[in-house]
Design a protein around this ligand. Structure first.
Ligand SMILES: [Mg+2]
Length: 198
């Protein structure tokens, strides 16, 4: 089993601009492509895990989310030759949370802060969640990390600043707070194997 770095999408890799209805409106946060490239160079498995409720809300089809991810991967590659080893997203949403499209409206263990995407990735790619990191900009990202036994890192990009200021979601206890993904990767690569610390 190997460790992984799980990455939230909006507010961590690309600029947080709400629901992205036009593919060309997905743009990287400065420095993230080089940061992902550094993980690639150290052979650390990089996995996107993202709540994308647009299809359940009837905003756009799931194929649009795939198109957004094609652009995301192209930008990472063009800017720094960086790549994601796997991409998971949850298009589902429960009715009380706002799900309306029958195909995608359901309760699911895949929606953060539940751990379904992490567990699925761990099974599919033989990942050790207890040695893995999750980088996100919301309290629910940190909650998911801890629910799965991962180390949870909160970045200040996206909603991160507002979470830390008590102005978005709820209080959370990240294992590390980073200004952005580049600083998060610095910290991750300094940790080495965590087994000696536990
Ligand atoms: Mg986010």
């Amino acid at each position: 089993m190997k460790p992984a770095v799980f990455l939230d999408r909006d507010g961590v890799l690309n600029q947080e601009v709400g629901y992205i209805h036009r593919v060309e409106d997905l743009n990287l946060i400065p420095g993230v492509a080089a940061a992902v490239r550094r993980l690639n160079e150290q052979n650390i498995f990089c996995c996107l895990v993202s709540n994308q409720s647009g299809p359940a809300r009837g905003y756009y089809p799931a194929s649009h989310v795939d198109a957004l991810h094609d652009r995301l991967c192209s930008l990472l590659d063009q800017e720094a030759g960086a790549q994601l080893d796997a991409l998971y997203y949850c298009p589902y949403l429960s009715p009380p949370e706002g799900g309306t499209d029958p195909e995608f409206t359901r309760w699911t263990t895949w929606r953060k802060p539940n751990t379904g995407m992490l567990v699925a990735a761990a099974w599919e790619y033989d990942l050790d969640l207890s040695q893995s990191f999750m980088v996100g900009d919301k309290a629910t990202d940190v909650d998911m990390a801890h629910n799965a036994g991962c180390t949870g890192i909160l970045v200040k990009t996206g909603y991160g600043d507002r979470v830390l200021g008590g102005k978005y979601q709820h209080h959370t206890h990240p294992d590390f707070i980073a200004s952005d993904l580049a600083e998060a990767v610095d910290w991750i690569t300094q940790q080495g194997s965590k087994s000696g610390r536990r």
